[in-house]
Design a protein around this ligand. Structure first.
Ligand SMILES: Cc1cc2nc3c(=O)[nH]c(=O)nc-3n(C[C@H](O)[C@H](O)[C@H](O)COP(=O)(O)O)c2cc1C
Length: 164
């Protein structure tokens, strides 16, 4: 538990093909509550880039696996296609990023979807808060635990209590 609770909204948006990134996102949401955030957890296909209209008061956390050869999961595609077709300036958007992938199985496209999301958001002016966490799920029995530990450190650095 943090000693300086905040009520800053944290919107956790996930892309997942087989459910692992979804499970990680749910674990992040539960931990984020304990850390004093006001989190929501949603699949990327349940929202559109209009969510960025709330960027002044909301911090975003993207969590995605990779499919194909470095591709976005199906449920993350429409969101980023819309953003590409109807680009908008994201200068007030602050986000954290988690990628899940298989480094040995896909060495050239490891966490490619997370990198795609990162490039698109930064191209539009968004600011990433800290380095992304890239989890090799082929060598991690507990990606949820790894992600939650990362969130504690990330939140201590980038949580509302540290922002003016
Ligand atoms: C068909 C398929 C293609 C994949 N391609 C990649 C890839 O290009 N890069 C990567 O890092 N991981 C790749 N992976 C690994 C998944 O991203 C990884 O297993 C992840 O944990 C799956 O999470 P999910 O259940 O949320 O989709 C692939 C997995 C499958 C089944």
């Amino acid at each position: 538990m943090t000693t300086t609770p905040s009520t800053q909204p944290l919107m956790i948006l996930y892309g997942s093909s087989g459910g692992t990134a979804e499970s990680v996102a749910q674990a992040l949401g539960m931990e984020a509550s304990d850390l004093g955030w006001s989190p929501t957890v949603q699949a990327l296909d349940t929202v559109d880039p209009g969510v960025f209209d709330a960027a002044a008061e909301t911090t975003f956390l993207f969590c995605t696996s990779t499919t194909g050869a470095g591709d976005l999961p199906e449920n993350a595609r429409r969101f980023f296609e819309t953003l590409e077709q109807q680009p908008r300036y994201l200068g007030s958007v602050r986000y954290g990023l988690l990628g899940l992938g298989d480094e040995a199985g896909h060495p050239h496209t490891f966490c490619g979807a997370a990198h795609l999301i990162d490039e698109r958001l930064q191209d539009l002016g968004a600011q990433r808060l800290g380095p992304p966490l890239l989890i090799d799920t082929a060598h991690s029995d507990q990606p949820e635990t790894v992600a939650v530990e990362w969130l504690r450190a990330w939140s201590a650095t980038h949580g509302a209590a540290t922002q003016d």
